[in-house]
Write a protein that binds this ligand. Structure first.
Ligand SMILES: C[S@@+](CC[C@H](N)C(=O)[O-])C[C@H]1O[C@@H](n2cnc3c(N)ncnc32)[C@H](O)[C@@H]1O
Length: 248
C-alpha cells in the first residue's frame, strides 16, 4: 500500500502546502501568513459543507465524537474537524507532512488532534470512528491498493457512523493530454526525460488514477446498503464524494 510514499515524502519536505493545493502562492518560496490563513480557510469551508450535508441527508443532530481524516497532509481539514468532534485522528503516508501538521496544531493551540502514519493506523483494528473523511487522497493511490485501503478505513468505523470519501473516475482533457499524462505516470523514464528537457529538478509526478465506479460502489454496497449519496467533484479529473452510513 506504500507505492507512493517516496513521492509524498518529497512533496512534504520540499513544498508541503503546494503538495496539497497546487497554486503558486502556496509554494514554500511564496507562502506567507496571509496565504497560509487563506489555505486553512478553504479547509474550514469544506468541512462546514461536509457536516451540513451529513445533517441534511442522514441525521439532523449528527455531531461526531471520533473523526478520521485519511491523507491529512498538513492538517487543513483536521483542524476544522477538531472544532466539531471530540477528537480527530489525521493519518498520512508522508512523515514530513505529518511533522508540519504537528507544528500547525501547536501553532493553533489545538489539542484534541493526533497524527499517525499509515502503519500505525492499520495496526489498530478497533472500529471506533463515527466520522471518516478523505479528500484528494485516494486519487493519488493506485486503485488496486486504494480499494483495499477503502475497506480498511470502513472497517475502522463504528456501525452507524458516517463517511465522506472522495475518488476520481475520469481524466478531463483531449486524447493527447490523456495519453501524455498516462505516459508520464506509467512510464517513469518518459517523465524523467521530460524533466531533463525542461531542465526541471528531479521532481516526481503527482500521479492521479481513475477508479472503476462499479468496483467502488460494490464496496459501498457491501457496507452501506442504500445509505449512500454522491456529490460530483472536478479538479481537472472528474470525481465523486461518496457520503454513506456504515450499516454492517
Ligand atoms: C493533495 S494532498 C491532500 C491533503 C488533505 N487531504 C487536504 O485536502 O488538505 C494528498 C495527501 O495524501 C497523502 N497520501 C498519499 N498517498 C497516501 C496513502 N496511501 N495513505 C495515506 N496518505 C496518503 C499525501 O502524503 C498527501 O498529504
Amino acid at each position: 500500500m506504500n507505492s507512493n510514499k517516496q513521492k509524498w515524502e518529497y512533496f512534504g519536505e520540499q513544498d508541503p502546502y503546494f503538495g496539497v493545493s497546487t497554486f503558486d502562492k502556496f509554494k514554500s518560496a511564496n507562502i506567507d501568513d496571509a496565504s497560509k490563513a487563506e489555505f486553512f480557510e478553504t479547509g474550514e469551508e469544506h468541512i462546514g459543507k461536509v457536516i451540513a450535508e451529513i445533517r441534511r441527508v442522514f441525521d439532523t443532530d449528527f455531531s461526531p465524537s471520533k473523526s478520521l481524516d485519511y491523507g491529512c497532509g498538513v492538517g487543513r481539514l483536521v483542524f476544522p474537524l477538531a472544532k466539531v468532534s471530540q477528537d480527530v485522528t489525521g493519518v498520512d503516508i508522508s512523515a514530513p507532512m505529518l511533522a508540519e501538521a504537528v507544528v500547525n496544531a501547536e501553532r493553533m493551540g489545538v489539542s484534541n488532534v493526533k497524527f499517525q502514519s499509515v502503519d500505525e493506523f492499520l495496526a489498530n483494528k478497533e472500529a471506533k470512528f463515527d466520522l471518516v473523511h478523505s479528500l484528494i487522497v485516494f486519487q493519488h493511490i493506485e486503485p488496486k491498493f486504494g480499494l483495499e485501503l477503502l475497506r480498511e478505513v470502513i472497517l475502522r468505523m463504528k456501525v452507524g457512523g458516517y463517511g465522506a470519501l472522495q475518488f476520481t473516475y475520469e481524466h478531463v482533457g483531449t486524447t493527447a493530454e490523456k495519453l501524455r499524462f498516462r505516459a508520464y505516470r506509467d512510464l517513469p523514464f518518459v517523465y524523467k526525460l521530460r524533466n531533463i528537457a525542461l531542465r526541471k529538478k528531479d521532481e516526481p509526478l503527482m500521479s492521479i488514477y481513475s477508479y472503476d465506479l462499479h468496483k467502488l460502489l460494490a464496496v459501498f454496497r457491501e457496507y452501506a446498503g442504500d445509505r449512500i449519496m454522491m456529490h460530483f467533484t472536478d479538479h481537472g479529473f472528474l470525481g465523486v464524494t461518496i457520503y454513506f452510513q456504515r450499516v454492517k
